[in-house]
Design a protein around this ligand. Structure first.
Ligand code: DC
Length: 231
């Protein structure tokens, strides 16, 4: 619990690596809040699409991100994302928003605008700490996090998980398209010059290929509790 006064657990990893499921499960088991930083980028991308902001215009996107800081609310109980009161929880998970979020998040000025919001949500959650999931939590958002995990799984398994998730929501998606979208997003998220997706030097890399969710959670809960006790 370094200088923050609360426990900060960073979970980074590529799309479909199971970050959301694992961060949610760990937060529940440990009595911590969960902060989904991808949802913040998604909300900004959703808003930019709706307002027809040019995705090549970094300044316009950064301005929109700055304004969004006051209009985005996360309902602590229902975990719903509200933009000026409108529930956008499901809308921001659609495939076209995934691609747009990846594009928008490559702009350094946009990332800078959204940094404080991510930190505030974690530090002011009203609990003894937070589990944050994203791409650069352990490297940029909280470089001094108490525990840093980097989750991964094979590209095929990650695409399969995303395909099942989208199908489960009743979306009419093709396997080939989901796999191609994911490969494009992996490439974009990993190759951007600012805060690219990469494990922090002191992160524990965990490959969940072929593992059941409960198995991953049991292993990570043990690891995190061990680290926290050492503090
Ligand atoms: O985790 P996700 O799939 O919901 O994230 C959507 C996009 O947002 C992802 O393609 C990259 C970006 N993102 C980021 O750049 N940094 C984060 N900390 C979280 C997400």
């Amino acid at each position: 619990m370094k200088e923050h006064g609360v426990i900060i657990i960073a979970i980074d990893g590529p799309a479909g690596s199971g970050k959301t499921t694992i961060a949610t499960g760990l937060a529940k088991r440990l009595g911590l809040a969960k902060v989904d930083t991808g949802a913040i980028y998604r909300a900004a991308a959703f808003l930019a699409q709706r307002l027809r902001v040019d995705f090549e215009d970094e300044d316009a996107l950064a301005e929109l991100a700055a304004r969004m800081r006051t209009s985005l609310r996360v309902d602590g109980e229902t975990r719903k994302y509200l933009l000026d009161g409108e529930d956008v929880t499901e809308k921001i998970r659609r495939p076209e928003v995934s691609a747009a979020a990846s594009k928008l998040s490559a702009w350094p000025k946009v990332r800078a605008m959204l940094l404080d919001l991510q930190r505030e949500l974690a530090l002011n959650s009203g609990t003894k700490g937070a589990v944050l999931e994203g791409r650069d939590i352990g490297t940029v958002v909280f470089p001094d996090a108490d525990v840093k995990l980097f989750l991964t799984a094979s590209a095929e398994e990650r695409a399969r998980r995303r395909f099942q998730e989208l199908k489960g929501k009743g979306l009419d998606v093709e396997w080939e398209q989901v796999a191609a979208d994911q490969a494009a997003r992996d490439e974009q998220d990993s190759s951007r010059p600012v805060a690219p997706l990469a494990p922090a030097k002191d992160a524990t890399v965990f490959d969940s290929t072929g593992m059941e969710v409960e198995e991953v959670l049991d292993g990570l809960e043990k690891l995190v509790k061990g680290r926290i006790q050492e503090m």
